[in-house]
Design a binder for this molecule. Structure first.
Ligand SMILES: C[S@@+](CC[C@H](N)C(=O)[O-])C[C@H]1O[C@@H](n2cnc3c(N)ncnc32)[C@H](O)[C@@H]1O
Length: 581
């Protein structure tokens, strides 16, 4: 088999990647024999799996290879065309566009290059493509000329492309495990492709080569097994993409529906652009009808995402050789969307604070009735243990309050019982850091106590909890320092409790905090403040009532549904927020 060298009909400026272009080196006899063997072997050995038409159209639409554009002014490559599942739709679009834009036969010939290794498949597809050209009014002679320019039979990975670069590379590369490739050929591939690493499948160097053949702003749109996006052998390819490309689109496809044959691999359609990195649009194409695929491609390629879109936009998916996290991040995408569309808790009229730290709980905290100080110098205290079961079960503890209502420390001469009590424990409390810093204030608690908070209705949230535990306290207790509190002049607190008990609050906190061992999250004030909620005035009367009722009966499953409506979450946003991982 002779390696056909593509004639260099190069109409594009040399790209930055020109330096990695490989010189045409004569292939050893062993390599040639191995290629020859592959060119004649069965479907499985050469990784042939064919793609269904709606999926092909969807992929072409995603890449922007659409007939309403002047496609003959671009160049497109199909690196392993097989029976032509991609090639025919590509050519149909080229012909339609050529007619619409009045392009010459030369323009048409310069627009496409396509390669196939398997000899028999090559010839059958070439003949069928000739039919298509002739049926569209192209003469026998022109059709033959065009086909000779377009198609070549040989090993794409060893083909010399000179200075030729492409605006589109589209297709479905071969899936061939290394065990199936002759040693001598594998060694040649390894010599040329840095991404053929570890047990990498043949589609990995295929992607590398195709990326290196892109013009600036060129698009690679492949349907391909998604394993390399996360596993070890995909590392170098991920690195290459992170360093010079923009992972624009990722669509998960259910295996049996994308291809004509059942395959065990999970395919995904990815569009990668030769451009600086940017956000990735992610969607699930599983089981979608043709019409749904069309609408999804419009969504994925739209300038701005609609509010109810099923498409998620994720930033920084590519990061060196790191695995791409595209699934769990859908939850992050919901958070990001809500951040865009809603005000923070505090902007929506809520106040977030933390309870009092005393620095000497053994002295400042005791049984409320037994604390031997004046009645107005102690406050009933809410601690984590008091709200363990999701309602307030006050265990009867209190905290000593050395602060007057104006925020200053009380004069101990006005409070003889308090003075006696504190003096009795002076050794302990005067040694605290806060006391040594300002010895005159030796009896202050670390945090100032604002007694009016006691009688304000509030929500209490413990610092560490696997899931959001938000408890309504009707205005009788002062919070201890392991508890955060939320008060509001605008929001009904019961309704707010319902919102915060839903998966949403959990997702916000999760997005900002690192998980602690055992999967626990820290519900700190700084993270709580970042939660977004609509303004109370924007919540419908019906929804208000339902939220309040759901919180009162503690029906948090119902709450999730209501909160989804409150934020107008799309179906996929609902699914990801509701998920446990
Ligand atoms: C997964 S099929 C895809 C065919 C077509 N792109 C489609 O979607 O219908 C892969 C094709 O790559 C071909 N192939 C395998 N190794 C190749 C190589 N080194 N160079 C070019 N084509 C190759 C196979 O013969 C097969 O037709």
């Amino acid at each position: 088999m002779a390696m056909v060298l593509v004639r260099s009909g190069n109409r594009k400026a040399p790209s930055l990647f020109a330096d990695i272009d490989l010189e045409p080196v004569p292939l050893s006899h062993g390599v040639q024999e191995a290629i020859q063997a592959m060119a004649g072997c069965g479907i499985e050995e050469r990784g042939a799996i064919f793609t269904k038409r709606p999926v092909v159209d969807f992929t072409l639409d995603l890449s922007g290879f659409t007939a309403n554009r002047d496609l003959c002014s671009f160049s497109v490559l199909e690196p392993s065309f097989g029976a032509g599942d991609f090639l025919f739709p590509i050519v149909e679009r080229l012909i339609a566009s050529r007619q619409a834009f009045g392009r010459s036969i030369e323009d048409l010939a310069c627009s496409l290059r396509a390669v196939e290794l398997h000899e028999e498949t090559f010839h059958t597809t070439r003949a069928a493509l000739g039919e298509l050209l002739r049926s569209s009014g192209i003469s026998e002679k022109d059709a033959s000329r065009v086909l000779t320019t377009w198609l070549q039979q040989g090993d794409f990975l060893l083909t010399h492309w000179g200075q030729l670069k492409f605006d589109f590379v589209i297709g479905n590369p071969p899936y061939v495990r290394q065990e199936r490739i002759a040693e001598v050929l594998l060694a040649e591939y390894r010599r040329r492709y840095a991404t053929l690493y570890d047990r990498a499948d043949l589609y990995v160097p295929f992607i590398e080569r195709c990326l290196s053949l892109l013009n600036d702003q060129g698009q690679l749109a492949f349907i391909c097994a998604d394993r390399w996006m996360k596993n070890r052998y995909g590392g170098p390819l991920r690195q290459m993409i992170a360093e010079g490309f923009h992972l624009k689109t990722h669509v998960e496809m259910c295996h049996s529906e994308a291809f004509h044959t059942n395959v065990t691999a999970y395919p995904a359609i990815t569009v990668i652009e030769k451009a600086p990195a940017g956000p990735t649009r992610v969607a699930d194409g599983k089981g979608l009808t043709v019409r749904e695929l069309q609408s999804l491609s419009r969504d994925l390629t739209s300038k701005a995402l609609g509010k109810s879109s099923n498409v998620r936009e994720i930033i920084a998916v590519t990061n060196g050789a790191q695995p791409w996290i595209l699934d769990a991040t859908d939850q992050l995408a919901v958070v990001r969307r809500l951040e865009r569309d809603f005000p923070t808790l505090e902007e929506a009229g809520c106040k977030v604070g933390i309870g009092v730290a005393t620095g000497a709980d053994g002295v400042f905290i005791g049984r409320f009735d037994d604390l031997d100080v004046e009645d107005d110098r102690k406050l009933p205290l809410a601690m984590t243990k008091d709200i363990r079961d999701g309602t307030v079960q006050w265990r009867g503890l209190g905290v000593i309050n050395p602060f007057a209502d104006d925020g200053s420390l009380v004069d101990l001469r006005d409070y003889p019982r308090l003075a006696r009590y504190l003096t009795r424990h002076k050794d302990v409390i005067a040694n605290r850091h806060v006391a040594t810093k300002a010895p005159k204030n030796w009896y202050r608690t670390i945090d100032r106590i604002s007694p009016e908070l006691t009688c304000q209705p509030k929500l209490l949230i413990p610092d560490i909890k696997g899931t959001a535990n938000v408890v309504f306290e009707d205005g009788q207790l002062y919070p201890h320092h392991n508890l955060y509190y939320i008060t509001s002049d605008e929001w009904d607190l019961r309704a707010l409790q319902a919102v915060l008990m839903s998966g949403i609050a959990f997702r916000f906190v999760e997005a900002y905090t690192t998980k602690m061992r055992g999967g626990f999250l820290r519900f700190q004030a700084q993270y709580l403040r970042r939660i977004r909620i609509p303004r109370w005035k924007d919540v419908s009367r019906v929804l208000r009532k339902r939220l309040i009722a759901a919180a009162e009966v503690g029906n948090y499953d119902a709450t999730n549904q209501l909160v989804f409506d409150l934020y107008s979450l799309s179906e996929s946003e609902r699914a990801s927020v509701g998920r446990k991982n």
